[in-house]
Design a protein around this ligand. Structure first.
Ligand code: MCA
Ligand code: AMP
Length: 504
């Protein structure tokens, strides 16, 4: 019997004393030490009473221990549910309740606030701090360093990642072992990762990009990562000479380009720079090549699908495109009205099918049915076209979504909070260009007749319920919102009106 995800990513490295993680303080963690750490967490969770298939919700800082918790879940057959460290208690309450998590792991600083949330759900609460300390680690320290890996198949669930929706209600995307494994194996081949690679890892590990792309790819290749707590330009520039590859969101690359120390010499030894999670402006691609001689390899993915397309490693990496469908991934462009396939060159919605496509949304059959067709094609909500050479271009979104610094923000969530505030008749939240984050959040509010709502009080309400990265950078009061003849708010007009608010 076997556990495909654990065996391939982790078990394959048993006994290996090569470094897996190079940490910011100069220390290293070998594969063997990492696996032992994971085994101790697997024992701890089993001893707590968790059973195969139970969800483990974790809102913890990036650390080797946090990554070991992911490995431990795979080894013990538990479903890993990582959560953005920026989420508020309101947001976390929903995720914990909705997932039915049996164990909540949080930073010591959130223990008091989350205790009642966990209790209400009959879930166990344990702490794991950025330095690796905490109640979970205290118990783990007493456990043996080997754990009998639980049998699983590729169809079993490995992780839940929550993704917001246009209704404002987040959906738990159920990812199987096979989803994660097949995609990472493809990327290792496509991007030529080997055991010699050292990936500079400055992404968060609670989303697909940092966890399933960067980490899984490194693990399968048997390489190592310079594992930084966050994107800190000083650290990145200081440690780049030790890396061979880097993955990032476009903000990483624009920030590097803004720094005079980021030169051709600094990057001469690098093998590969990958970008994704948000559109990389063609001008950034061109500027990057001009500065360093490297062409950033842009790829396109989603929480529900992992990676769908990639520019080629060997062929032309074309600026402003996301390359070709990955081997095993089918991609078509269809009409939103009836799903009919459009010929190449025409713009329509992007649909994908393949072993990478998730199993559905947790306990939301109607939402799953609306986005995942019976024949296995997933409607991404992105608009695109395929050019004459087969490159996929993303030209827009058929969903009301803002991407700020690589984080997804669904306007509806913010509008729901603003609309509830005293004196507010209605609101519209749109994304407008931002020099650092690509896009940022702008709130446009219509007061009730004669009312003069307090924008500071509105912002306070937003702060209470939503993560910092979702907060509008500005609130604007207007008399009315532009509407079409059907009465629908014309967000495109608002976006145009305020498009230079942060760049002009
Ligand atoms: C931080 N802040 C943000 C963001 N990040 N606000 C808007 N958008 C953001 N992305 C807040 C901070 O809390 C802070 O608030 C203020 O903005 C300025 O923070 P700053 O120090 O400049 O930010 P930072 O800490 O340097 O973070 C920026 C970042 C980070 C490095 C771009 O957001 C990041 O690592 N992004 C990567 C996201 C990611 O991994 N996405 C992948 C999703 P205050 O005003 O209080 O100071 S997976 C995905 O999308 C799919 C599957 C895919 O294809 O990969
Ligand atoms: P998420 O919900 O976090 O998985 O974000 C997925 C969305 O990010 C996709 O549906 C796209 O809209 C966007 N995205 C990811 N990679 C790219 C890219 N390279 N170019 C443009 N948009 C992207």
């Amino acid at each position: 019997m076997a556990n495909p995800l654990y065996d391939t990513l982790f078990g394959a490295h048993a006994g290996k004393t090569d470094p897996f993680l190079h940490l910011a303080d100069g220390s290293e963690l070998t594969y063997q030490a990492f696996l032992e750490m994971a085994a101790r967490y697997a024992h701890t969770m089993t001893q707590i009473g968790l059973e195969v298939g139970d969800r483990v919700a974790a809102q913890i800082q990036k650390s080797p221990e946090a990554l070991a918790l992911y490995a431990a879940c795979a080894q013990a057959g538990l479903v890993f549910l990582p959560l953005n460290t920026a989420y508020t208690v309101d947001e976390l309450t929903y995720f914990i309740e909705n997932s039915g998590a049996k164990l909540v792991v949080c930073d010591g600083s959130s223990e008091k606030t989350l205790a009642p949330v966990a209790k209400a759900q009959d879930a166990r609460l344990e702490t794991l701090n950025a330095d690796g300390s905490g109640s979970l680690s205290e118990q783990a320290a007493l456990m043996p360093p080997h754990f009998a890996t639980v049998d699983r198949t590729v169809d079993d669930l490995a992780a839940f990642l929550y993704t917001s929706g246009t209704t404002g209600r987040s959906k738990g995307a159920m990812l199987t072992q096979g989803n994660l494994l097949s995609n990472a194996e493809t990327l290792v081949r496509e991007w030529r990762f080997t055991a010699d690679d050292v990936l500079l890892h400055a992404l968060p590990i609670f989303h697909t990009h940092g966890l399933f792309v960067a980490t899984n790819v490194t693990l399968i290749a048997g390489g190592s990562m310079i594992f930084l707590p966050k994107f800190d330009i000083e650290q990145v520039i200081a440690l780049l000479p030790r890396a061979t590859t880097m993955m990032g969101v476009p903000t990483f690359y624009t920030r590097l380009l803004d720094d005079a120390r980021f030169t051709k010499e600094l990057t001469a030894h690098m093998r590969l720079f990958v970008s994704g999670s948000a559109p990389l402006l063609a001008e950034t691609h061109v500027q990057f090549e001009g500065r360093t001689g490297h062409r950033i390899l842009e790829r396109y993915g989603m929480t529900e699908t992992n990676m769908n397309t990639s520019n080629p490693y060997d062929g032309e990496r074309r600026a402003g495109t996301v390359g070709f469908p990955l081997p095993g991934v089918e991609l078509k462009i269809t009409t939103p009205a009836d799903g009919a396939t459009l010929p190449d060159g025409e713009v329509g919605q992007i649909e994908v099918r393949g072993p990478n496509v998730f199993k559905g949304y947790w306990q939301m059959p109607e939402k799953t049915a609306a986005e995942l067709r019976d024949d296995g094609f997933f409607i991404t909500g992105d608009l695109g076209r395929i050019d004459a050479d087969g490159y996929v271009h993303i030209v827009g979104r058929n969903k009301d979504l803002i991407i700020s610094g690589g984080y997804n923000i669904y306007p509806k969530e913010i509008e729901l909070v603003l609309d509830e505030q005293p004196g507010v008749l209605e609101s519209a939240v749109v994304g407008v260009p931002h020099p650092d984050f690509g896009e940022t959040v702008l709130g446009i509010v219509v007061p009730e007749r004669g009312a003069q709502p307090d924008t500071e009080a509105m912002m306070e309400a937003v702060r209470q319920s939503l993560a910092r990265f979702k907060h509008p950078r500005k609130l604007i009061l207007v008399d009315e919102l532009p509407r079409n003849t059907m009465g629908k708010v014309q967000k495109n007009i608002l976006r145009d009106t305020y498009r230079e608010m942060f760049t002009g």
